[in-house]
Design a protein around this ligand. Structure first.
Ligand SMILES: CC(C)(COP(=O)(O)OP(=O)(O)OC[C@H]1O[C@@H](n2cnc3c(N)ncnc32)[C@H](O)[C@@H]1OP(=O)(O)O)[C@@H](O)C(=O)NCCC(=O)NCCS
Length: 191
């Protein structure tokens, strides 16, 4: 883990980007066990919603972390957009996007991050988030958010990185069982 390269897809030569895609995709599926049962169009839509849309539409903010020298040794990635409100397809694709729409004027950018299991717990997630924040701040983006779920282990990771504005909402009526799994908006100011 000493020699890690972090590079945006937009900065990669075409052959490197072509090799990075399946490697990053493999990390995505590894970190989405809930999608293991999906097939056909449902599987394609799930990939588009959390991964493919960003690869195609925001390659400048799709950052891949790999062992230096080998893009095939993908350790993880972070992706996002600088202004959620400009990405109408995401409002159709992802039910959590319209849910927090009133908060995007303060925190327009959002992210998704995933590391392969052997790369976790060593600070790489924080490095990727800081790299993304630097790129957004250079374009005077005022705030960044993500949506996770209440009760997930990663909540403390985001809090530690300053995502201290937290709002949880649900589109479904809450029951005793579901109250631990509410969409949770977490955000921080960048400027
Ligand atoms: C969440 C994640 C990006 C953090 O990156 P990281 O480099 O492992 O984090 P750091 O080493 O900086 O910090 C460790 C913290 O990350 C979180 N973390 C570590 N492993 C995790 C895992 N398997 N799942 C969720 N969170 C994890 C914890 O908050 C941990 O602190 P803890 O040990 O006190 O619980 C990374 O662990 C990961 O990709 N996890 C699986 C997928 C995921 O949860 N993605 C985010 C979806 S919103």
């Amino acid at each position: 883990m000493d020699t890690i390269t972090i590079q945006a897809v937009a900065e990669m030569a075409p052959e490197r980007a072509a090799a990075a895609y399946p490697a990053a995709c493999a990390v995505f599926w590894e970190t989405a066990p809930q999608a293991a049962e999906l097939t056909g169009q449902d599987r394609e839509l799930f990939l588009r919603k959390y991964f493919g849309y960003y690869w195609d539409n925001a390659p400048d903010l799709f950052l891949c972390a790999s062992e230096a020298g080998s893009i095939h040794e993908m350790l993880g990635y972070i992706c996002g957009v600088s202004d959620t409100r400009a990405h109408h397809e995401l409002y159709q694709l992802a039910e959590h996007i319209p849910l927090f729409d009133d908060l995007y004027s303060d925190y327009p950018a959002h992210l998704h991050i995933n590391l392969t299991s052997r790369a976790r717990g060593q600070g790489l997630g924080a490095r990727l988030i800081h790299d993304l924040e630097d790129r957004l701040a250079r374009h005077q983006v005022p705030g960044l958010h993500l949506v996770t779920s209440t009760g997930k282990r990663n909540v403390s990771f985001y809090r530690g990185l300053g995502f201290t504005c937290e709002v949880s909402r649900s589109t479904e009526p809450q029951t005793q069982e579901s109250s631990h799994d509410c969409p949770l908006f977490m955000a921080k100011r960048l400027t």
